[in-house]
Write a protein that binds this ligand. Sequence first.
Ligand SMILES: Nc1ncnc2c1ncn2[C@@H]1O[C@H](COP(=O)(O)OP(=O)(O)OP(=O)(O)O)[C@@H](O)[C@H]1O
Length: 628
Amino acid sequence: MSWISSLITAIQTRRRKRRQPDATQVSVRERVNALRHLPAFLRLVWATSPALTLGNAALRLLRAGLPLATLYVAKLILDAVVDLTQLPPEQRQLGPVLGLVALEFGLAILADALGRTVALLDSLLGDLFANRTSVQLMQHAAELDLDQFEDSAFYDKLERARRQTLSRTVLLSQVLSQAQDVITMVLLAVGLVAFNPWLLLLLLLAVVPAFLGESHFNERSYSLVHSWTPERRELDYLRQTGASDETAKEVKIFGLSDFLIERFRELSENFYRQNKVLALRRAGWGTLFAAVGAAGYYGAYVFIITQAMHRHISVGQLTFLAGSFARMRSLLEGILSRFSSVADGALYLQDFFDFFALRPRIIRPVEGVPVRPFPRPIRLGFEFENVGFQYKNGTKWAIRNLSFTLRAGEKLALVGENGAGKTTLVKLLARLYDPAEGRILLDGHDLREYDPAELRQEIGVIFQDFVRFQLPAGQNLAVGRISERNNQARIEDAAHQSLADAVIAKLPLGYEQMIGRRFNGGVDLSGGEWQKIALGRAYMRDAQLLILDEPTAALDARAEYEVFQRFNELTQGKTAVLISHRFSTVRMADRILVIENGQFVEIGSHEELLSKGGRYAELFQLQAAGYQ
Ligand SMILES: Nc1ncnc2c1ncn2[C@@H]1O[C@H](COP(=O)(O)OP(=O)(O)OP(=O)(O)O)[C@@H](O)[C@H]1O
């Protein structure tokens, strides 16, 4: 049911929060500022493949000079033909003209070949770049702290960074094409300025309004998309919830599809309406600016024709100038409108770099300096000293003023009602979070003095909401110690200890059988069978502290009894924490810690606590009465 409650919370938060469209708009300055990310972006591209980047740049440079060369050869051809027509027929030599035509033909072939090669290099480089950045994204996400994942602003950032993988490869070819076109433009401009500098001014007047219009609308469009990130996340969530194997059962039983579809429709139509207004205005203004551009072009054309009529320029020059003016106009339009999309892409880069700028807080105390080595074996154990912790998005303390000792080698059971703080305590032990108050000591030293990676290696935790990996059965166990994934004997041993061996024996392909429904040929397991597999992961681990957080809730009574019998035998001398709501399991522990509302209530052995007649005794009798 957790997905339903998160959906309802999401909807309620959305409704409470009346969005102010202007608050998220991106200013021109921000867009231009975002261009500062381009050097870092190009460094990433270079690091992806220096050879492809260099090859691409060199070929584009060559390609940039071709339009000018082609126009010039065309001018030479026309002038030569006009000259020939002035001569008597017997003196007309076609040879030089044909030579020039052959040259232009060669240039055309070269331009085509270069264009294709550049496109090929772009796509190869783009693919490599997308792969590399996706890997980096995953690597960085893996380094971040758990509470960063629980923050919705972080999630939006992650989603934007992830979504933009494809557009970053588009941005790459846009930036490179932009550089190429600017070079072509400068070369053509030199020719135009030499003839008449006013033509250049006319050209700018024709194109700049279109550019400003284009950037304005791009900006609005980015703002709209940006401000809609949470809603898009919700749309994805609704789409997935409405049609996925995981939710189908409850959606059907509770008749939720109309509720989900209605919400989807409401959100998507709202977005459509806002987007439509923008698209219509963009199309209207775009047409107007294009007309201004055309007027500028034809004005210049008339001017050049008059110059030719008065014989100030030759026919060859006429075509050269008209051709280069037309070419420059389309180049300039392209450059200016691409400038908007490059600035747009650069804004997305900001999300990308913002994501990479997030730093985890739970790290080795001082990078590079040796940290306190993890004790092998643990001598004294763990000590909670007035520990307090509140979740970032929590409204109250999940744990407060908690002090107790988990002695080395003891089996400690945690007892408390739902929401008492048992799982939170375990997460603090594994340093998925750090306490906000007090401290946790390991053998007398603050847990923060140890390397968190080493600490986690020494701790094996199986959570109640363990992950059902869509992997073959053997690999699903091996995730407990992934470096041993090829050690079949160890996997089978772990399966035997967690009773998963009997489950796997029934699978058609045994340890090779894909489990879970997502992939072809996958076989799903029952809740209890999955738990046996997950428990096996604890035995794959060679940890000094084992924590089982209600991993047996779905097991039948006999299986749970057997699991814990084995667990006791197999963890002789090891420190262990068990969380269970079943007192038949809890009583097997050496000591039991009872917590309520995140606070210490009592600690002692089953017998001690029973004879004390406190909270534990009360809960125990309550459950025992249920069985009578
Ligand atoms: N990620 C989270 N963000 C915000 N609050 C949380 C989060 N996880 C747990 N809480 C809150 O912290 C408190 C303690 O939760 P915890 O999961 O530790 O309880 P528990 O004793 O393990 O409960 P259960 O027996 O139901 O598993 C609860 O009030 C819970 O709502």
